[in-house]
Design a protein around this ligand. Sequence first.
Ligand code: MRU
Length: 308
Amino acid sequence: MLDQTALPRLRTVSVTTVDQLVDAIRRLVVRGAPALGVAGALGVALAARTLDGDALVEAAAHIGAARPTAVNLAVGVRRALAVADRGPDAVLAEALAVRDEDIASCHAIGDRGATLLRELCGTEPLRLHTHCNAGALACVEWGTALGVVRSLHADGRVAHVVADETRPLLQGARITAVELSAIGVPHRIVVDGAGPSIIARGLVDAVVVGADRIAANGDVANKIGTYPLALAAARAGIPFVVAAPETTVDTATPDGDAIEIEERDPAEVLGTGTVLKSTQAWNPAFDVTPHDLVTAVVTERRTWRPGT
Ligand code: MRU
């Protein structure tokens, strides 16, 4: 797989064991909710080549627990494991079906989201704001939030995209910017703290982001720093649109309070040599945007307005 920790430098990583996959997921070599779902399913297919019975169930649980917030990981793992009694080829076929469905979903989300934004904003070409990376590299191809951007751009309807750099691992600066460059969308990255005031100054028409888990009531967990954009969008009266596949909607989770927020190594925030050795850090990787701040959740099947 492409090592997303190295981008914009291109480096690949070979994954041939479950432990290597779990390590790759934890380090964000592969990341983004839909991509985690596909990686999880393929991981079970890998394990099913050599394991069965309880040993396979245990390996699947190990993969599913690699990161807690994006529900797609557990969903992908569960789907592949569910056909294990039919043998390893069936598990692989199921994992590849997860992949293919993700590709189809992203295209549908892109088109639906593009139509919605054109209706909601009533002005074109659009100036959009996004956070983290919800593009092809976070999925299999096309992307969710960036899938919407792609669909709009294909019709010449994007003026520019403002992309938060996304501290501390810089998915916006390192990955979203690469994807937008590749497809020729004018864009600028900004420090995360600049986002809300750029919105307040009327410099963007809508915010479009992905999601890691959407609770039954429409509360949305996404990369830390998403919630301030939702607050700013509500204050400015512009749409805050969440683009995600149905697999990200977790009806078993009633609301945002029930979503486990991944706590990552404080060293990611502290960096090297920038702060006192005695300085401590706190590194929650996601936040929850309450549903009343969400203008719409766009999936491959529906446009859901959880705030109304
Ligand atoms: O920690 P990451 O990089 O896996 O976080 C990714 C995000 O927050 C994305 O916005 C989300 O997974 C949606 S990807 C289509």
